[in-house]
Design a protein around this ligand. Sequence first.
Ligand code: SF4
Length: 319
Amino acid sequence: MPPRDLKIPEQRHPEKARRPDNAQPKKPDWIRVKAPTSDGYKKTHAIMREHKLVTVCEEAGCPNAGECWSQGHATMMIMGEVCTRACSFCNIATGKPTEDLDAFEPGRVADAVAKLGLKHVVVTSVDRDDIKDGGAEHFAQTIRAIRHRAPDTTIEILTPDFIRCDDSALEVVVAAKPDVFNHNLETVPGLYPEVRPGARYFHSLRLLQRVKEIDPTMFTKSGIMVGLGEDKQAVTQVMEDMRAADIDFLTIGQYLQPTPKHHKVDRFVTPEEFKTYEKTAYNKGFLMVSATPLTRSSYHAGDDFARLRAARIQKFGQA
Ligand code: SF4
C-alpha cells in the first residue's frame, strides 16, 4: 500500500471522510489575522525544517502563526505527526503511527530552542496510545535535553492525558520538572462524547490535580475552546472544577473549524463575552487568565509565564 499523503483531507482524517459537511460560517472581523510574511517568520520556519521538527502551529493551522513565528515562538510537537485519537475539533492527522519514537528528537528540539534563543518554550505532542507509557519518558528526555542545552529557557509542556497508562507515566514527566504543566480540558463535560470522544473529563481534571499533589511548586495550566455549543453555566462550572483541582492558569479561546468535516462552529463568542469570562475566572481565584477570541494554550506563553510567576509571588510571597 502506498504511504498516506497527509495533505489530502480524506487521508489526513480517514475517520471523518464519510461525515456530512458542516458549513463553515464567515469569520467576524475580530478573528481576522495577518498573513505570515516577516523575516522572523521565515527564520523560524527554516530552523524548524532544518531540525526536522513538527509544529502544532502548522499542523493545527493556528491563526496566530504569523505573529508567533515572527518572534521565534513556535510550539514544537514531538512523537510524530499522526495522533491516535480522533477529536472532532482537531486538525492533526489521525490514525495508527507507522514509526517508533525518534530517539534523536529530544536533542533536535533542544538545539532548535537554543538557536531560536527562546526565553520560554512550549512543547506538545500527539497522543500515542500505541506506546505503553504514552510517550512519558520521551517527554522527560525532551525536558532534560532542553535544560542541558538551554539552561536559562523556561519550559512549558502541553501533554496528552495518559489515560491508558499506569500512574508512573505522569510521575516520570513531573519528575523531569517542567516549569509549567499544561493539559487542556478542551470543552465542557457535556460535549465530550462529540468533541473529545477518546478522553474523559474527570480523568483529565484529576491528571492536573495529581501534578500538584506530586509537586506543589509546579504551575498547572488548562484551557477550553468556546463556540462549540456550550452554555455559560457549563463554562462557569468548568472554572469551579479547575479551581477545585488547584489549576493556576486558565486559557479560553474561540473554536475555529479547520475543515467542513470537523465539528461545526456553533457561534462566535464576542470579545465582550470573553472579558466577562476573564473577570469571572479571576474572581474564582485563578492566578492567571487569558480569555480572548485568539487565545490558544501557547499564545503569548512566555510573557504569560512571567506574569504567572509574578502573580504567585504577590499572592503567596514565593516564586
Ligand atoms: S498560538 Fe501557539 S500554536 Fe498558535 S502559532 Fe502561536 S505558538 Fe503556535
